[in-house]
Design a protein around this ligand. Structure first.
Ligand SMILES: Nc1ncnc2c1ncn2[C@@H]1O[C@H](COP(=O)(O)OP(=O)(O)OP(=O)(O)O)[C@@H](O)[C@H]1O
Length: 205
């Protein structure tokens, strides 16, 4: 589902990734741990095209979507509109101005999947941090992602909300998605992930 081989990336002559490999199968939830600056975010960002690798190969069979610690929803729009925006990448321009019934129904199913159908018409700014992260995951589902990359998805959340988000990510993996989460809490990784990958700081050449 996701195969990264020999990924290399430097910034300004400083090597961050020096031949990073990672394979994730459908149904698998992998936690990515490692020290600050070891390139965890950079690796995920390369997969979704937010960074351009210097070398290596990335194969995604299907769509990869990313969710972030800083959640990046439009706070003054409601949850449903935010989730609908996940469909933008596959809509022609004239259909992206007003979301049609089909997109709204798909987005409702995604919101239902994350347990927030009843909050569909609430402005995102009025939702809790954990609810906002679940809306962001629903938006990733509305992108029809089968690979979910979560960059510190629970770092800004209280423990109870963090558990809800972790349980949601595990459930999505059990339904056949490939999930990779950068985590800073080893105990959460040990509790929820099927596999832990530890990144080391690349040694500059
Ligand atoms: N766009 C960029 N320009 C320059 N340097 C960058 C850029 N993005 C990342 N870096 C640097 O690359 C290194 C790896 O960053 P990255 O965010 O991938 O690490 P990380 O393992 O996710 O760290 P953290 O755990 O602190 O989030 C850091 O030293 C960072 O400063």
């Amino acid at each position: 589902m996701l195969a990264i081989r020999g990924l290399r990336k430097s910034f300004g002559g400083r090597t961050v990734l020096d031949g990073f490999d990672l394979s994730v199968e459908p149904g698998e939830f992998v936690a990515l741990l490692g020290p600050n600056g070891s390139g965890k975010s950079t690796a995920l960002r390369c997969v979704v095209g937010l960074e351009t690798p210097d070398g290596g190969e990335i194969d995604v069979s299907g769509n990869a979507a990313m969710v972030f610690q800083k959640i990046h929803l439009v706070g003054r729009r409601n949850a449903l509109d935010n989730v609908c925006s996940g469909a933008l990448g596959r809509l022609p321009l004239h259909r992206s101005l007003v979301f049609g019934q089909d997109v709204r129904e798909e987005a409702m199913r995604c919101l239902d999947r994350v347990g927030l159908a009843d909050r569909a018409l609430d402005r995102c700014a009025r939702l809790s941090g954990g609810q906002q992260q679940r809306v962001a995951i629903a938006r990733a589902l509305c992108q029809r992602a089968n690979v979910i990359l979560a960059d510190e998805p629970v770092s800004a959340l209280d423990p109870q909300a963090a558990v809800q988000v972790m349980e949601l990510l595990v459930d999505l993996a059990s339904e056949g998605l490939a999930v990779v989460a950068v985590l800073h809490q080893p105990e959460l990784a040990r509790t929820y992930a099927h596999r832990i990958v530890e990144m080391r700081t690349a040694v500059a050449a």
